[in-house]
Write a protein that binds this ligand. Sequence first.
Ligand code: TXA
Ligand code: MG
Length: 317
Amino acid sequence: MAQIGTDVGKAASLLRAGCLVGIPTETVYGLAGNGLDPAAVLDIFKVKQRPAFDPLILHVADARQVEPLVAEFPPMARQLADRFWPGPLTLLLDKSPLVPDLVTSGLPRVAIRMPAHPMARELLSMLEFPLAAPSANPFGYVSPTTARHVEQQLGQAIPYILDGGACQVGIESTIIGFESGQPTVYRLGGLALEAIEAEVGKVVLALNQSSNPAAPGMLKSHYAPRKTLLLGQLDDLLAQHPGKALGILSFSHDYSGSERVCRVLSPAGSLEEAAMGLFGALRDLDESAVDLILAEPMPDHGLGRAINDRLRRAAAL
Ligand code: TXA
Ligand code: MG
């Protein structure tokens, strides 16, 4: 069983020895391994039960570490890195031969980000290599936002989990690439589109809605609890399911009642707070004695768009 602790030096030693470690980031917890070691990368796929066609993100300590990993670091990518790193932004850049094909699932680009969590930064700065780290959940399930979440699902398979507390952003990084110089967002995430557009102008949205993520990858059904989740206006959904034990995920209004468990993401109506609590609330509802989970969409701006994207995928069958 994995040990949970705060010993960054121990995590670094294990990673240097080729082991996998659960690590905190500001977005979600990652399942980290040496990103330049194909054996460690292969282990990540195995532990996560992740299909080999779904590529991994490399995490770096500073922007200089990007150079050897990429063929080119174009000006607009640099501009975004200068403005938003460390933080919840992943850049897709043409890879160099140094990056194992396993990391990118044979694709020509590599995903890179510099996380903001102080413990992740300390760990990365101690290491001589970037860390490949997908979210530390079994493939397809809700991402972990505490060390305990990681332990519950992957604790049998890894020796150590660094405990950096609850993730402050709570949803995964925004993924952006450049197609013919045009900034293109492939995954909505912890950095709002509005913030990116304020920096580089209008971006193209290329969110993958299909179940074939050969294009940058997000499967339609993802972030999914085991229980059925229905997404819609809660008053309507509640009227349609009388007599059932219901789990309810709401934005700011409390729908508690008998035979109901309600998680209000942000009584104050903050989308940042809602994002931070989203995955934990989904897990709670999934684990409580309810038949069905009902959720409502958030206001569709800022982080609300990324939350709604997660909820739609959690609701997809
Ligand atoms: O916030 C995050 O990004 C978290 C933390 C741990 O950093 N990581 C994360 O990784 O969400 P993961 O593996 O769960 O999601 C990475 C996504 C995948 O959907 C993958 O398909 C896409 O990034 N991706 C990675 N490399 C890519 C590439 N070379 N081309 C296209 N898409 C890529
Ligand atoms: Mg993931």
